[in-house]
Write a new protein. Structure first.
Lengths: 112, 115
């Protein structure tokens, strides 16, 4: 089945220790998104890639970076995680920026 | 700017009862509207979407929603609740931001189904 895959499902890191979250897709969609969802809150868009074009939201902290080496994969790098970065991180894809977004299962990040 | 308001952060219904989850939106242009469901420690699953075709939209798992422009609403309903419907439900609006569409979520409604 075509789908959006996120690994790992749970990630534990230490305060200040860089961490990378992974997303892959078999849908061959052009657009990949990263959202941050804190407990009992709505998902908040961090950035998205249209193909190789990176689009950062204005209020996304510099601590968050992303890479998209090819169509299938997209990574979220948190350079120096703080306690406030503990959240569920959701990856989504869409065929085009005007199309419906499809979400992966998420990675729950815990910062100790 | 677009926004979504979900009335009621928690809704409880008895099994077999009607489910009604409320969503009101504001958008400067004709919107696309979505309902997503999120089970614990899972991602978001698309339930249904409105993209300016029929105003009554049927989705998965017996859910449907009706777009009412005059009321700027897109409430989600299901005639008979199932225990498996217990989850968090997010309404979202998507309208144009330049050449793209930006998805804005409501704050979510946690649905509890009582036996």
């Amino acid at each position: 089945d075509a789908m959006v895959i996120q690994n790992p499902r749970y990630q534990v890191t230490q305060f200040g220790k860089p961490v990378t979250l992974s997303c892959s897709q078999t849908l061959n969609h052009n657009v990949m998104y990263w959202y941050q969802q804190k407990s009992s809150q709505a998902p908040k868009l961090l950035f998205h890639y249209y193909d190789k074009d990176f689009n950062n939201e204005a209020d996304t902290p510099d601590n968050f970076q992303s890479r998209r080496p090819n169509t299938s994969f997209c990574f979220l790098d948190i350079r120096s995680p703080g306690l406030g970065d503990a959240a569920m991180y959701l990856c989504a894809t869409s065929r085009d920026t005007l199309e419906t977004q499809y979400f992966g299962p998420g990675t729950r990040l815990l910062v100790l | 700017a677009q926004s979504v308001t979900q009335l009621g952060s928690h809704v409880s219904v008895s099994e077999g009862a009607l489910v009604l989850l409320r969503c009101n939106y504001s958008s400067s242009v004709p919107p696309y509207l979505f309902w997503y469901v999120q089970y614990p420690n899972q991602g978001l699953q698309l339930l249904l979407k409105y993209t300016s075709a029929a105003t009554l939209v049927k989705g998965i798992n017996g859910f449907e929603a009706e777009f009412k422009k005059s009321e700027t609403s897109f409430h989600l309903t299901k005639p008979s609740a199932h225990m498996s419907d217990a989850a968090e439900y997010f309404c979202a609006v998507s309208d144009r931001k330049g050449s793209a569409r930006q998805l804005t979520f409501g704050s979510g409604t946690q649905l509890t189904v009582l036996p």
